[in-house]
Each structure stands twice: as C-alpha cells, then as structure tokens.
Design a protein around this ligand. Sequence first.
Ligand code: ADP
Ligand code: MG
Length: 604
Amino acid sequence: MSDIIQLLPDHVANQIAAGEVVQRPASVVKELLENAIDAGATNITLLLKDAGKTLIQVIDDGKGMSATDARMCFERHATSKIKKAEDLFNLCTKGFRGEALASIAAIAHVELKTKQESEELGTSIKIEGSKIVSQDFISTSKGTSIAVKNLFYNIPARRNFLKSDTVETRHSIDEFQRVALAHPTISFLMHHNNNEVYHLKGGNLRKRIVAVFGSKMNEKLVPISEHTDILTIEGFVAKPEFSKRKRGEQFFFVNDRFIKSSYLNHAVVNAFDGLLEYGAHPSYFLYLTVPASSIDINIHPTKTEIKFDNEKALYAMLRATVKHSLGQYNVAPVLDFNRDSNLDTSYHLNKNAVNGSVPKITVDPDFNPFREAKQKEINFPYKREQSTQSWESLYTSTAFSDEGSQSDLFEHQQESKTQKTFQIQRKYVMSLIKSGVVLIHQSLAHQRILYEEFLESITVKEANSQQLLFPVKISFSSQEIEMIYTIKTELENAGFSFDEFTKDSVTIKGIPVSVIESKITIILEALLNDMNLEVPDASFSHFDVMAKSFAKTLCIKTGTQLSEKERESLVNNLFSCKEPSISPFGKATFKTLTLNEIDNLFNS
Ligand code: ADP
Ligand code: MG
C-alpha cells in the first residue's frame, strides 16, 4: 500500500487550532487585551461593532513590535514570552502559547499597526485567512492596534453558531471586566457600536470595582488582607446582606489572572457560615499572589482553571482570612430574604404595620389584623385561651367584620366557612375540599398567581402604576443601565415609570402596584440577572421573562407564616388562575389527596 499520511498546510493547522482558542468574539477580546497587558500598556481601548461579529479592535500604548516581529507574531508557536520548557513553571505573562494571533488570523481579516518607541516608523500588516495581504511602513504612535474583522468569515458553521448580539456582547463584557479588575492601575476604555460602555481610569482596586459595578458597590465592600510566606490575599468581599441569589460577582485572581475555582469558592462560602441565607451567593473580589512556581496554569486551553501545589493550605488560609475580616468589620447578621415583607407586597399591606412589636388590644389606628394573626398563631382552636383578647380585637376590626362571629369559628370549626385552611411547616397550605384535602405549595402557588397578574398587567391592561412620593435614584453599572434602557418600554408596561437615566443610575418615579418601594432594587437586580441567563432572539418578547422574574422575586417564600386570611386568599387566587396546577417554571403547585387515598393509607 502506498503512504497516505501528510502534514497539514499551515493555514489548515491554524484553522483547526483556532477552534480551541477562539470560540466566540469574547475569546478574541480576551487574547488581545492580555497581549496588550503583556506589552506593558497603561492605556487600553477596546472597540466592538455588532457584538464583535463585525469588528473587535484593541489599541494599546505598550512596547510595540519591530517590523520582523510584526510578521512573526502571526506564526504558530511564535512567542516572545517563553524560551524553554522550564519557563513554563515560572510564568509571569498572560500569554505563552504563541497561538492566539496565528489562530485569529486564520479565521478573520486582521489589520495590525504597531511601532516601538525607538523607531521612527511603524509597521502595518493586513492578513486574511493566514495569508499576508499587505505590509507597509506607516507613521503611527507607540504601541499596537489590532483590528479583527469579520470573525469566522471562512467558517460559516461557526459564525452561524454565534448567539444573539446581546449574549455575545455580554461574554465580551465579562472578559473585559475580568481583565480590568485584574489591573486596576491601567486605564481602560470600551466602546460598543460607538457608544461608551466603560471608561475606567487607573486607580486603586476599590475604585476600579466601584467603577465597574456602580457606586452602590462602595458601601458593600469589606476589605480583606493577609500576607504570609506562601500566599498573599488582598481584595474585598461584599457584606452578607448584599449577597446575591445568583452567582455573579465572584472573582478570583491568582497572580493577576482571572481563574475559576470551585474549591476556593467553597472556602469563601464556608467563611460566611451562618451569615448567608440558604441559596444566597456572596460577592467577592479576591486577589491571591503565590509563587509562580507553585501553580500550573497549563491544564486548560482557555486558562481559567488552575492547579495549586498546596491547595489545602490555601483553602484554610482563605477561609480564615475572610472569616476574620467579616468578624472585624462587625458584619451584622444576614437580613432574612424570606422575611414576611413578601406578604406586605402581595397583599397590599402597610409595610410598617408588620414591624410593630407590642401587640395592641384597644383601639389603635395603626392596628393591623395580619400582624396579630402571625404573632398569636391562630391556626388552631386550642390557642384560644392565650389569645382571646387579640382574637376579639381581630374580629372587631373592619377587615374581618363580614366574616361572622368568633364563637362560630371555634365551635363549628370544621363546618364553618372560615377555618378550612391550615398551614403545614410554614411551607404548605392544606385546604379541605369535598373529596378530601388539597395540599398547596405556598411559594409555588403564589408564583403562579403573581405571574398571571403581571402577565396580564403587562400585556393586556393599562399599566397599573403607583407614583412614588419621592422618586428613587438607584445606582447600577453602566452595562446594567444599558440593559434597563433596552427593556424600558416593557418595564413601563409593567407599571414602572422612569425619570432620568444617567450613565450609572436611574431615577424611578413610579412602580407597579404589587411592588413595594424597598423591593425595587432587588427585583430589578433579579430581573437583569434572569435576562442575562435568557438566550433571546430577535422576535422574543421580554414580557414572559419579566413576569416570571417578578413572580419569583416577590412570591411568598417557604418559612413564611400565613394568617388565615392570607391562606384563604392564596387558595382563592390560585384557583382563579388560568393554569393553577403548575408554577410558571413548570412545577406542581398543589396535590390532592382524596378520601379514598387517605383510606388506603390505613388499609395497607
Ligand atoms: P502569546 O501571547 O502566547 O505569546 P500571541 O499569539 O498572543 O501569543 O502573540 C504572539 C506574540 O506577539 C507575543 O508573544 C508578543 O511578542 C507579540 N504581541 C502580540 N500582541 C502584542 C501587543 N499588543 N504588543 C506587543 N507585542 C505583541
Ligand atoms: Mg497572547
């Protein structure tokens, strides 16, 4: 048989390698930004057009390249950063593979302009699909500009695989943020379609974090600092009461490189022990410095995972340091997300009334029956002895005046119309029905109710808005502001009204009737988070995401005690829904247990 093996031509090999290095525009963003950092730049500009699909350009004022290097840099395995294998174990640059530019040039139209400080003239090179199209001397300033156009122009399958502009931009912003956070002293500028997204001046770390995530971040940060022989830890964690329901602002940098580590994340979460609400994620920005020889960053092609020599020691130190700082800054116990303010929201109660501590028996203008109901646990008749007075006042209050006398309630409890719901473990509501009982999951049921209410008010009814007495100004990052702006109309349909948009804040003057003022930030944050996770297409309306997000944020949570009135309205509202049996996220909201089924429990 004749020989059949041959070496692939360079441009084919480069295209194959590109598959590993360049998944999407954001991968190019990362590589170009890192090259600029490695070149010692102090000012870096990132320009994107159409989420990077049309243009990704990075301009730096770093050391530039000679004419020969400018040509060389597009060769595979061409790097100035390591020379021998041992260098791999002592890396202090971002790049070292010498693969990025070769890969990018294989799958895009690339224009490079570069000049070293000592040179009179610089070099301009155009390269398309690994082929040099032109090379000229040009006059340009010190540093390098690389423009990557029409990414994947010669790999339609990859181009088609790209997500919507929103999603791709989000990925690029993530990469930009990571690099910007890793290098607070460097100035960064980012534009998308000629709009400024970030303008970050060089400064200290706190300033950088605040510049990236908005001014409200400032008050949340607890500083962390620890220096030992094997490890330096610097940075910040956010106070537990600002923890997020979704993972988001969690950043580890090791030797100025962003990394992901579920192991170290665990150490931090562990340090928050007891301070975090179940399911909440702490925000953190932690900068670890370890000897370059003690890590191996070579285990992942896109280099966000890392291997440490002494993982266990790092874990222990990280945990102890974070714990110590939380203690030192006297961080108050966590706010309870499940606090019954949810009830205030959904049942239109006056929020101040719930917080009162002394139960009032006599005529009290602020009297609120639900407060009494919760404090006295009125669910079962044998509580009567202890709470007669409250009960009396409860039933003389107008809210209940049409419900018959209290003696009816106690003496004919089973038959009476009023006492036919019970709460189980502050999680389920049990209601008697003709054929047996129905068990309702209070939180999921309330999600369904709120979801339908929001959907209706957003899409069908006139906006159901309440004007705020004093407009509220909320800080967001510029990127969040951009997102809010794109869904402004939908938010207005939902009942929000806006006064002023600035680069990092929005002033809100009206909110949906079912939302209370103190929840505005939480629900908007949750909404932005949910929208980020969604993969929208052009025809997609945000209504459904919005209604789901609001429902999820505002629903009564497990652990909330419900008064009888609240239980009843939950049951009634649920069964007036169009689709009462499933939550907006597809879970069952209730189950029935027929008498037959109950009988069978005893017959088996
Ligand atoms: P690596 O970064 O792994 O070395 P790249 O393909 O990203 O590989 O870059 C190849 C080489 O081109 C780098 O080693 C560096 O010498 C040079 N280079 C790339 N970008 C720049 C830049 N912005 N300024 C100066 N030199 C650069
Ligand atoms: Mg590189």
